[in-house]
Structures are given as C-alpha cells and as structure tokens.
Design a protein around this ligand. Sequence first.
Ligand SMILES: Cc1cc2nc3c(=O)[nH]c(=O)nc-3n(C[C@H](O)[C@H](O)[C@H](O)COP(=O)(O)OP(=O)(O)OC[C@H]3O[C@@H](n4cnc5c(N)ncnc54)[C@H](O)[C@@H]3O)c2cc1C
Length: 381
Amino acid sequence: MTGVGWDVGLDWPGFAPLHGDMTADACVVGLGASGLAAVEAFADYGMTVVAVDAGRVAGGAAGRNGGFLIAGPEDPLHLAIERWGECAVDLYRATLDELRTLAERYGPAVVRPVGSIRLAGLPGEPRDEAEAADRDAELADCARQVVALNAHGIAVEEYDGPLGRGLFLPDDAATNPAIRATLIARDAAMRDRLCENTRVLEVGRGRVLTEHGTISAGAVVVAVDGRLDVLLPQLRDRVRTARLQMLATDAVPPRLPCPVYGRWGYDYAQQLDDGRLFVGGGRDRFLDDEWTSESHPTEPVQAYIETVARRMADRPVTVTHRWAASVGFTEDGRPLCTRIADGVVAVGGYNGTGNLVGPVAARAAVDWIVDGTPPPAYLST
Ligand SMILES: Cc1cc2nc3c(=O)[nH]c(=O)nc-3n(C[C@H](O)[C@H](O)[C@H](O)COP(=O)(O)OP(=O)(O)OC[C@H]3O[C@@H](n4cnc5c(N)ncnc54)[C@H](O)[C@@H]3O)c2cc1C
C-alpha cells in the first residue's frame, strides 16, 4: 500500500529539476506551503525567485497532513499565553488573517469553512477509569481555553453532541493539503522558477549549493520544517525532527461535520464529503520511536491509528492508504524564524501545526530580509 489519500486523482505534471547554475534576487528552499508563501512574498516585493525542493511540491508534510486549518499556536491559547505571553494572541490573529486570505483567493476548492471540534477524549464511552479521568481533565482544560478565547474576542462555542463534549471553533477550516499546495505552486510557476527533485546540500550567504548547480541570490529563505536540523545542523539544539503518521479509509457514513481532534489534540480526523476518513495521531504513545527523521509508516503506530479511526467512524473501517512525514518541534513551542547568515533566514519548527503558522513565519522571514522588519515576538529568532 503506497501513496497518500490526498492526491488520489490529482493531475500534477511536475517541474523540471534545476539545470546548472542560476542567479536570482531570492532563493527559497522547500516547496511546502511555507516555502510557497515565501516565494509569493518575494514576488510581491518585485523580486525574481528561484525555489527548489528535494522532492516534489508538497511531497513533505505540507501535502501529507491532516488538512486542519486551525488558527493559533500548537498549544491552546491559554497555555500559549502562559508560555510566551500575550504575543500568542498576535499569532492567533495572524493565522486567522492567513486563513482569510487563503479563502478569499482560492475559495471552497481549497478552504472548507466548516470550523473544527476540540473533543475532550475520543468519541464513545471511556474504555477504563484512566480514560474517564483524562477526559474530565481535558474538559476542564477546554473551559480554560474558552475563557482565554472569550477574553480576546475570538469565537468559540461549547460542543456537546454525538461525538462527545468539547469545543467548536467556528473560524477554523479544512483543506485537502495536496490540492492547496499544488494550486499555489501552479500560480507561482507562472512568475517564478520552481524546481523539483533538486536537493540542497549547503546554504550560505548569497549562495545555495544544490545537487544540480548553484543558485546565487542575495536573499535566501530556508522553509524546511521537518529535517531542518539535517540541512542546517547548527539548529540542532533548537529544533528536533519527529515523524507523524496518518491513514485514509474507504468511505463510511457521514459522522464528522468538520476536522475533529481529541485526547489533547494527539489524535485527529477529517471526513471528506465523499465519506473517506483521514486519521492520524498516537505520537505521544510511541514517543521514543517517533523522534526520527525517517518518514515511513510503522505497524504499531498504524495499528493504534486504526483504533482511533474506528472510534471516529463508530464502525469498522477499511484502510486504503498509510503514510508518514517529518515535522520540526521546538523546546518552547515557538516556531523559528532565525538568521543563518547575512540575507539568509530559516523558518520551521511548527510543532505539528504548520498549515497556517508556516506561511506566517515565511512571510515574516521575507519582510525581515527585504525591508528589515523584525519578526514578531511569537517567532523565535
Ligand atoms: C501526518 C501529519 C499531520 C499533520 N496535520 C496537520 C494539520 O492537520 N494541520 C496543521 O496545521 N499542520 C499539520 N501538520 C504539520 C504540517 O504539515 C507542517 O507543519 C507543514 O506542512 C510544514 O510545512 P512546510 O512547508 O514548512 O514544510 P514541509 O511541508 O515539511 O516542506 C518542506 C519541504 O522541504 C523539502 N526539503 C527538505 N530538505 C531539503 C533539502 N535539503 N533540499 C531541498 N528541499 C528540501 C522537503 O522535500 C519538503 O517538500 C501535520 C504533519 C504531519 C506529518
């Protein structure tokens, strides 16, 4: 079983690799949603761009994730404020803006404005006392999240429905991540030079060395989330690569009205209009094994995710696709936007929730390089 459920039927002609040396105003490394946002941001400044990826557009986490477009940082807002201060609210607002812009540009082809549900626990009766106690604790945490969101005028409702109890966040949305990235890449390729299958070996001031040639550019953004510590070993003490795993199933009867995440956000599922379920999670249960830059799915994690899928569907499921991808984690949960050399900034470390945060960080990196605007405090420089 190979492939990713998201790109079933996706017609992607691909871009040619870099061929020889090139010069441009700017170079972007990584063609996930973050790198593509950097490409757009440089182009908005009127700069020429060459952007490269070791694989294909959205071949990393950007095309292999849960498709949750969830505003805010990885932690619920009250926890993020505790950890970083009020700048966490600024990140929340920046991601809402990013989502609004994406929806205005691409409409329902990319953004399904359905909200999201944070469940306390997983659907169905708790399996034992420990699960019941954990669910109660999570429900209390949901209440703290409501207080923080209300205090900052961010929409939230209590959820008490067929899936269980928790919160409904009406401003959130869902996407097919592979379609999102490829549509943006097609637009960018009309203007800029995008190269697939071009691995970057070294990044330095004014120069990006790839396996197929050297790109000379005064401005460089490295937008690699997972495996950032592999490409830039100097960041090893600030970002660590982990594997996240998912699966897709055959169609089951409609049950999830929007993206649903439960058990402290570790387990998550999205159901498409055609009934297919996309389910992931379990990283916390296999922590030691999942601190790895490998990106193959493994049997124990997949077996656990199948149990989540059954609970989300409330019935047996047939798995059609299994996959995994790499993401970067940081110590304090703040994403990185950090200077590597003159004119070179690396972004990454979105702690498993980079669909909106990644583009926000990438745009901040471009502003920092081009007009000297310092990154906001919610990014770790
Ligand atoms: C299973 C899973 C589920 C997730 N679910 C969600 C979710 O529902 N919502 C959410 O917000 N986030 C989710 N995430 C996290 C999210 O996918 C990432 O944070 C986001 O995709 C990061 O995007 P990016 O463009 O920064 O990096 P990536 O998507 O990792 O893209 C980086 C690109 O850089 C390329 N690259 C790496 N090294 C090199 C090199 N040396 N040379 C050239 N290119 C290189 C890679 O090939 C890759 O295409 C999930 C992640 C996974 C794995």
